[in-house]
Design a binder for this molecule. Sequence first.
Ligand code: UD1
Ligand code: CA
Length: 493
Amino acid sequence: MVRRRKSRSQNMPSKKKSSSHAAPVPPPKFAIAIMAAGKGTRLKSKLPKVLHEVGGKPLLAHVIAAAVQIVPARDIYAIIGHEAERVRAAVKHTGVNFVVQAEQRGTGHAIMCAREALQHYDHVLVLSGDAPLISAKTIEGIRDFHIANKAAMTILSASLANPTGYGRVIRKGRTSSEVAAIVEQRSLKKGQEKIREINSGFYAFATKALFANIDDLGTDNTHGEYYLTDMAAVLKKVKQRVVVTQTNHPDEILGSNTRAEMVAIDEKMRMAKCQQLMVAGATIFYPATCVMDSDVEVGTDTVIEPFVQLLGKTRIGADCRIRSYSVINNSEVGDGVTVRPGTIMDEARVANSAVIGPYSHLRPGSEIGEGAHVGNFVETKKIKLGKGSKAGHLTYLGDADIGAGVNVGAGTITCNYDGVNKHKTTIEDGVFVGSDSTLVAPVTLGRGSYVGAGSCITEDVPADALAVGRSRQIVKEGWAKKKREKMAALKGR
Ligand code: UD1
Ligand code: CA
């Protein structure tokens, strides 16, 4: 569960006790900058890197979700650049600010571009928009270590079995938390490639020291970019304190530079999500086969069978059974609901105790009432199906308002589209629609009425009436026998 945002004052480490006559020292003011301007060349994609999804959400959305637990959205600055407008549109709803880095000349340059926005704060926490596993707790850890050490720059590091590709942290001494420099993979000197302590790409800076010295960053490196990592050496040179704190959760800092890394992060995130849902009281069989998006909620004693996908903001109630091969997106499912195999739901709502499937397709705007049944190969769109109503087989129900206790026979179709406009079908409580009926909208079937099987209904049916809309049956006695005899005679010639 996402933790509620705490107020800023609650979040600050306890400030020094001020003597009784002095005014209380206000807590230091923190901003969070999220670097998200890069293109993501290594992904070979039309989509900017930070909009690639893991756990069903853009990378950047995950980082923002962690950040808003530390400071309010108004103190968060996403630095965007490549496809800036697309990135902005995708996360605008979070309320964070945006700084545009028009040309992407490196992580150091990204922060230079944000000088105007950040310099009014005492400190800035810098996060990478492409490292979505970061937790609020870890960010808090950097902040507290930074304050406790009165540092100009604090680096979060991790010890990785395979550090290849990451910048390495060069400490002043083996046990010292002071840092001499960060060296990027491509600039490693002989022997340095063995250093397993890597730079996570998460930092805290005292803004005064940062902006007083950031112009000393150079571009003398293999990419010709301003590296934010070089701030360690720059600040060291002017005798500022640069420290490192190592995380015990190295998984959290994994960056997603390649498709393979992204898929690995996605898998980790979804497995963690399954674990979290199980801790909360749901059973998930063969979780490795299930795809659970980050924001999904599942009630207690609900059982989820293998190969189920719960996507977007889907909420499943308690005591449900979601059977295999069902894909449920942005939908709300009540308590005690059975979803039989192969069901697809998109922006649908299903009330308590309903039974859906197998192979039902609930499209957007489907509202299925309590105890109702939608069965085999039934497609619904923008409909209300009342309490206890049934549509068991091979049916299309679109743009319809269907009351309670209605029986919709197999093969029934609401003809809602005239080629230009959509029209509504109203079926009142207790109606019985015989199999294979076509209901040509707009049309109303009055309360308690009957529709004979195979009818084409083009006019309203009054309450309690019977409507039969089919041609009369003709019976020709002996016709088939005669036909057979004629055929046999032809064959014998
Ligand atoms: C960076 C660090 C590296 C560290 C690694 C951890 C630098 C120079 N290197 O490398 O030491 O081990 O992260 O994951 O910082 N970005 C911008 N503007 C730019 C360039 C990048 O906003 O001009 C953003 C990217 O969108 C990305 C983040 O900054 O979200 C990091 O950039 P990226 O190119 O992924 O850096 P790494 O090579 O991973
Ligand atoms: Ca990266």
